[in-house]
Design a protein around this ligand. Structure first.
Ligand code: SF4
Ligand code: SF4
Length: 166
């Protein structure tokens, strides 16, 4: 995965793809779930998270109480020790997030706590959320972070603009 190339492509496409997703807030093609499923399947044939890990390098997950409890137990730590060592509370949301990026658990481009990783990581990049268009703002935010989201939205845009009155 050439992340430098991805960043250039993402910054070039962000405006048009954002406009598409904003429009998708108001107009939703009738067979949207199938369109998303097709575009998503094609995307994952080309994108390999193991070669990327850009989310772990540049973003932070939100750690819910259950995440802190599960991961700290896995590491043989008390939840408070875990929080004191790695997390802080985000001012605007009150969420527990990482102090630094890349994530402290990323080792050799892999998650070293994969089996017990935060639910937020397990759900990322949220392409399976339903309905898809309820998460348009999340996808807009992630266009410049996640090559899979960039590809998925780009494919959707091309297909919708080709096959629908848009
Ligand atoms: S916990 Fe694992 S999957 Fe989540 S950001 Fe850190 S390294 Fe990535
Ligand atoms: S979810 Fe997106 S950003 Fe994270 S590793 Fe996979 S392709 Fe890369």
């Amino acid at each position: 995965m050439d992340l430098k190339k991805f960043r250039i492509t993402a910054s070039r496409k962000k405006k048009k793809l954002t406009e598409f997703l904003v429009k998708l807030d108001k107009i939703v093609p009738v067979d949207m779930p199938k369109l998303v499923a097709d575009a998503d399947a094609k995307t994952w044939k080309e994108v390999d998270c193991m070669q990327c890990a850009n989310c772990c390098k540049t973003m932070t997950p939100t750690f819910r109480k259950a995440d802190v409890s599960r991961i700290s137990k896995h590491l043989g730590m008390k939840p408070k020790e875990f929080i004191d060592k790695w997390l802080h509370k985000e001012e605007d949301t009150g969420d527990w997030v990482n102090n630094t990026q890349p994530c402290q658990f990323l080792k050799d481009n892999k998650c070293s706590i994969y089996e017990v990783r935060p639910a937020d990581c397990a759900e990322f990049p949220h392409h399976n959320k339903k309905p898809f268009d309820a998460y348009n703002q999340t996808f807009i935010d992630n266009l410049v972070y996640c090559p899979a989201t960039l590809q998925l939205v780009d494919r959707l845009k091309q297909r919708v603009e080709k096959e629908y009155e848009w």
